[in-house]
Ligand binder design. Structure first.
Ligand code: FES
Length: 115
């Protein structure tokens, strides 16, 4: 049996890095997962599009002045770099590895076949 270590990279269809606006949250579906994307200071971050508190759609929220994702429902805030809940409620936002290759966006997902 062959084991694979690390995520499988999935291309985000119909979206280029250069078309993303800075500090705007964008939801995409990748390998049936709802994933949020954020371009900030030229870097790209990927995270679960559903809030870990009660499942609100995070891309309906906004980015505060410190670059944190603000949930639209209860206003908990999350660091897009590591998913840390910066308002102290001890929920962690799941983050994904993400890469830009020739302007195309790839999100790394650990599939069951990776186990
Ligand atoms: S659902 Fe996001 S903070 Fe409650």
């Amino acid at each position: 049996m062959e084991y694979k270590i690390g995520p499988t990279w999935h291309k985000v269809d119909h979206l280029l890095f250069s078309s993303l606006e800075e500090n705007k949250l964008t939801e995409v579906t990748v390998s049936i997962k709802r994933i949020g994307l954020l371009k900030r200071s030229g870097k790209l971050y990927a995270f679960s599009a559903l809030c870990p508190h009660a499942g609100a759609p995070l891309c309906a929220g906004w980015i505060d002045g410190l670059g944190r994702i603000v949930c639209p429902d209860h206003k908990y805030r999350f660091d897009p770099v590591n998913g840390r809940n910066t308002t102290g409620e001890e929920y962690k936002l799941f983050t994904y590895p993400v890469e830009v290759r020739d302007d195309e966006i790839f999100v790394g997902i650990l599939d069951q076949t990776n186990l």
